[in-house]
Design a protein around this ligand. Structure first.
Ligand code: T5A
Length: 216
């Protein structure tokens, strides 16, 4: 049995990661491929509980910046061991909505922790689950935020703890992602996400099918 593929979606807020992951899943499933979709933080019972703490202060107090890093990593370690690694080993493909690069971009470039330290902690959390491809959906901060705001029209839900950070923070995150794409060209594929969903999905399909499905 061949190992499956791990494809991660990254990008700033409102980049369209969930939308594009769903579109890619339909295309892969139409080819008879077993696909597991999951997200970070979350994807396991423990991870979803951590998500509540990180996004909506479920514990009743803000995590300090160091705790924030470790909580994201705890969610990640659990997701890798209980969901991602077993799926890859049985040959399934895993599409993960955010993964380790989110910590490097948000807590490293955004919060200002050492990028090397974030990468070291990421390696501890992910073990062998290194993504085969990371699709960076690049969107400028104002457009991404407009999309998030539009999605919330008529709903009670407000911006979560990290979405509520200043625009400068989100700009550092975006620039951090672009830097990661330059540093790791073998894994990252940058896609212009400031377009309609359909042409973005076509570009992603070409990248994925050329890389993994064209060998026959
Ligand atoms: N975080 C996460 C860290 O700080 N460190 C970490 O290590 C990790 C893992 C997670 C938060 O945690 C932070 C980052 C985040 O702040 P989340 O709720 O999972 O929070 O939020 P996001 O991952 O940012 O996901 P979003 O739901 O905000 O955005 P998506 O998934 O990128 O976008 P999507 O597909 O939901 O689309 C947003 C809206 O835009 C529309 C959609 O219909 C939707 O309404 N849309 C488009 N509109 C126009 N054109 C397009 N091309 C569109 N594509 C989608």
């Amino acid at each position: 049995m061949n190992r499956g593929r791990l494809i991660t979606f990254e990008g700033p807020e409102g980049a369209g990661k969930s939308t594009q992951a769903a579109m890619l899943i339909s295309k892969l499933e139409a080819r008879g491929i077993e696909v597991i979709y999951t997200r970070e933080p979350g994807g396991t019972k423990l991870g979803e509980a951590i998500r509540g703490i990180l996004q909506y202060n479920a514990a009743g107090e803000d995590p300090c910046a160091e705790s924030e890093v470790l909580l994201f990593e705890a969610s990640r370690a659990q997701l890798v061991r209980n969901v991602i690694q077993p799926a890859l080993e049985r040959g399934a493909w895993v599409l993960c909505d955010r993964f380790a690069d989110s910590t490097t971009a948000y807590q490293g470039f955004g919060r200002g922790f050492s990028v090397e330290l974030m990468e070291t902690i990421n390696r501890f959390a992910i073990g062998r689950a290194v993504p085969d491809m990371t699709i960076l959906l690049d969107v400028n901060v104002s457009l991404g935020m407009q999309r998030c705001a539009k999605r919330q029209v008529g709903k009670k839900i407000q911006y979560d703890r990290i979405e509520s950070e200043a625009l400068e923070f989100h700009e550092k995150v975006r620039q951090g992602y672009l830097e990661l794409a330059r540093r790791f060209p073998e894994r990252f594929r940058k896609v212009d996400a400031m377009r309609h969903a359909e042409p973005i999905a076509e570009d992603i399909w070409k990248l994925v099918s050329d890389a993994f499905l064209s060998q026959g």
